[in-house]
Design a protein around this ligand. Structure first.
Ligand SMILES: Cc1cc2nc3c(=O)[nH]c(=O)nc-3n(C[C@H](O)[C@H](O)[C@H](O)COP(=O)(O)OP(=O)(O)OC[C@H]3O[C@@H](n4cnc5c(N)ncnc54)[C@H](O)[C@@H]3O)c2cc1C
Length: 321
């Protein structure tokens, strides 16, 4: 049996988020797994039908934590030492990346970030196998981890959000640890967002340096709007101040796995592709036919975005109508 602690995240409504539903699919795909979902704060009523064995609540996230999550990390460390899981799972989100790494260090466990596959059947009994992209997504590496527990984060979109229901028990876990905070956060800036989250979007329309300035991002936003998607950007566009860094896709930005990724005026550098190469179809609009993006794209238009994009947008609008 493999025991899994799966650390949940909420969406904007306080419900269990997409990353957690995807992680539940991954956990339930393991052979003979016993899955416990851990959630900070009062659990929403919907957890009682999650397809897992149990749900454990820990203390709520302290707003003064400001993205450091000291108390959550301390609670999870206490929970791991009392329950002894083989595997601790997070979605690869800002929360999962911060708390996962901190927890692994705290409990002296291996940390495998950004996994796209996970198995307890492939290798030696009693080990966990993970697959994760390396070299900016140009290769996949397989690891067999024998020293358990292991802490993993799972790439968004690598697993389908799970269907099915269950009747888990729901219990609180009360930890007596109260962290002293050696880290002082001096400021936080809340990300303002309208519409669908970049990481959850089925369609992403991204712009790069080839757009030439900030104004064209409003055309990209119109297209994203019509397609029910979100706007992304290359680091060059973000560094130029044309759009906020929260839209950045890539190695040092967000990882997205939409059905369609439309790259406009983006050259397709490996660091950018690291964040979007798992998209189901990439569509490139670029005036340089030799640009690297065309090696990765399923569909491409060689041309100036100023000519291509307005007619593309008009056609999509017509088709939608
Ligand atoms: C450690 C490290 C981490 C990095 N992390 C990231 C990351 O997370 N995300 C990221 O994106 N980058 C990242 N980079 C930067 C990356 O290497 C590239 O520099 C960057 O992605 C280039 O952005 P770009 O494609 O918008 O610009 P460029 O490479 O300048 O490409 C612009 C493209 O626009 C095309 N173009 C120009 N005019 C038009 C027009 N009128 N119509 C159509 N096409 C046009 C050009 O042909 C060109 O292909 C990182 C780099 C390093 C070293």
């Amino acid at each position: 049996m493999t025991t899994v602690l799966l650390v949940a995240e909420r969406d904007d409504r306080g419900e269990i988020g997409q990353a957690t539903h995807q992680a539940i699919t991954a956990a339930n795909g393991l052979k003979d797994a016993q899955v416990t979902v851990v959630i900070a704060g009062d659990a929403p009523a919907s957890v009682t039908s999650l397809p897992v064995d149990s749900v454990v609540t820990i203390s709520p996230i302290d707003p003064a934590d400001n993205g450091i999550y000291d108390q959550v990390t301390a609670d999870l460390a206490a929970l791991v030492s009392s329950s002894g899981p083989d595997l601790v799972m997070f979605g690869k989100t800002d929360f999962g990346s911060v708390v996962g790494a901190r927890l692994a260090f705290r409990i002296g466990a291996a940390f495998a970030p950004d996994c796209v596959e996970i198995s307890n059947e492939a290798g030696v009994a009693g080990t966990v196998g993970v697959t994760r992209p390396v070299y900016g997504g140009s290769a996949l590496a397989e690891f067999e981890i024998a020293s358990l527990p292991v802490v993993v984060t799972l790439r968004a979109g690598a697993f389908e959000a799970g269907a099915g229901t269950g009747t888990p028990t729901v219990e609180p876990f009360v930890s007596d640890s109260l962290e002293s905070r050696p880290i002082v956060v001096t400021d936080t800036v809340a990300e303002t967002r309208e519409g669908v989250r970049l990481e959850d979007a089925d369609v992403v329309v991204s712009g790069g340096r080839g757009l030439g300035g900030p104004e064209p991002f409003s055309v990209l936003a119109d297209l994203a709007d019509v397609l029910g998607g979100a706007v992304g950007a290359s680091r060059a566009a973000c560094d130029a101040g044309w759009i906020d860094h929260s839209h950045q896709v890539g190695l040092t930005g967000k990882t997205v796995s939409p059905d369609v990724y439309i790259a406009v005026g983006i050259s397709g550098a490996s660091q950018h592709m690291a964040g979007c190469s798992s998209s189901r179809a990439i569509v490139a609009i670029n005036k340089d036919g030799d640009s690297n993006i065309f090696k990765e794209a399923r569909f491409g238009v060689v041309g100036d975005w100023e000519k291509v994009l307005p007619s593309f947008l008009a056609t999509v609008r017509d088709l939608k109508a």
